[in-house]
Design a protein around this ligand. Structure first.
Ligand code: DGL
Length: 272
C-alpha cells in the first residue's frame, strides 16, 4: 500500500536544502515538508541543551504536518541532539551514521577526515561512529567555521581566490594526516565540493551525507512498504521561522531550484 504522507526534513536554516536536493533526486515521487529554523540559525555555535531544545521543537512542527519520517539534515543536530530523538513516533534519520558507513566503505588507507561546525567537531560524533565500524581507523576532524558564511555570501566558486585560500587553510590538518576520504559533515559544504576537490585532488573521496541518507531512506521506505505510489504530482512545501526574504536566492544555490519567496510560509515555533 502506498504511503503518501510527506518526508519531513529540518535544519537550523536553509543549508538543509542540500539534503532535500538529494532526497528529491533519489525519491522523486515523495512529498516533502522542509522546515528551516531561519529565525534561530546558526545552531553550530550553541550549547548542547539549546540545540536539543530547538531540535525537539523542529520535530514537533514536522509531526504536526503528519510526516511519515523525519530527517535531521543539520550536521550539528545530528551530532549533538540525535540521542534525544529516539522516542519519536516516526522513524528518524540523522546525518552521522550513514556518512560514517559510506566513508568506511570507501577508505583504503583507513585515514578518514571529518569537517563540520565547531559543535559537530567538539561532539566527536563521527569519530565515535567510524571507530565503532572500523576500530583501527585514524580520524582527523576540523571545524571550518567560515565555510557557512562563505556559501551564504554566494562565494563558493572553485576559481575564487578567497574561497580556495580559505578552503586550503582549513583543510591543512586533513592534508597533513593524508586522509583519503573526507566527510562533508555540515549542510552547506556540498556547495563547496568543487573547491574542496580542487584543494585535495581527485584521489580523496568526498562523502556527501545527503547522498548516503537518501539511499538509506529509499531502502527503508521500500523495505517497510512506505513509499509513495507516484500517482499524483508530488508536493514540496517549505516553512521557515523568520521572514522568507532571500529564500529564492539561497534555494537556487542549495536546492538547485528557484522557489519563490511567496511559496514559503513563515511559522512561529514558540508555542511548541
Ligand atoms: N546546518 C548547520 C550544520 O549542518 C550549519 C549552520 C549552523 O551552524 O546552524 O551543522
Amino acid at each position: 500500500m502506498a504511503d503518501s504522507r510527506a518526508i519531513g526534513i529540518f535544519d537550523s536554516g536553509l543549508g538543509g536544502l542540500t539534503v532535500a536536493k538529494e532526497i528529491i533526486k533519489r525519491l522523486p515521487d515523495e512529498n516533502i515538508v522542509y522546515f528551516g529554523d531561519t529565525g534561530r540559525v546558526p545552531y553550530g555555535t550553541r550549547s548542547r541543551e539549546t540545540i536539543q531544545k530547538y531540535a525537539a521543537q523542529d520535530e514537533s512542527f514536522l509531526l504536526k504536518k503528519d510526516v511519515k519520517l523525519i530527517i535531521a539534515a543539520c550536521g550539528t543536530v545530528s551530532s549533538v541532539a540525535a540521542d534525544s530523538s529516539g522516542n519519536l513516533p516516526v522513524p528518524f534519520f540523522e546525518m552521522v551514521t550513514h556518512a560514517a558507513a559510506a566513508a568506511v566503505a570507501v577508505t583504503k588507507n583507513k585515514k578518514i577526515g571529518v569537517i563540520g561546525t565547531s559543535a559537530t567537531v567538539a561532539s566527536g560524533s563521527h569519530k565515535k561512529e567510524i571507530l565503532r565500524l572500523m576500530p583501527d581507523a585514524d580520524v582527523t576532524a576540523a571545524a571550518c567555521s567560515l565555510f557557512v558564511p562563505l556559501v551564504e555570501e554566494g562565494w563558493y566558486a572553485s576559481d575564487d581566490i578567497v574561497v580556495t585560500q580559505t578552503v586550503k587553510r582549513y583543510l591543512e590538518p586533513i592534508v597533513k594526516a593524508q586522509c583519503d576520504t573526507l566527510i562533508l559533515g555540515c549542510t552547506h559544504y556540498p556547495v563547496l565540493i568543487k573547491a574542496i576537490s580542487a584543494v585535495l585532488g581527485d584521489k580523496v573521496s568526498l562523502i556527501n551525507p545527503g547522498v548516503a541518507v537518501a539511499e538509506a531512506v529509499a531502502y527503508y521506505l521500500g523495505k517497510y512498504g512506505m513509499s509513495n505510489s507516484g500517482n499524483a504530482e508530488p508536493t514540496h512545501s517549505f516553512f521557515v521561522s523568520d521572514k522568507p526574504a532571500s529564500f529564492k536566492n539561497q534555494a537556487s544555490v542549495l536546492l538547485g531550484e528557484e522557489i519563490d519567496d511567496s511559496k514559503v510560509e513563515q511559522v512561529d515555533l514558540s508555542s511548541l
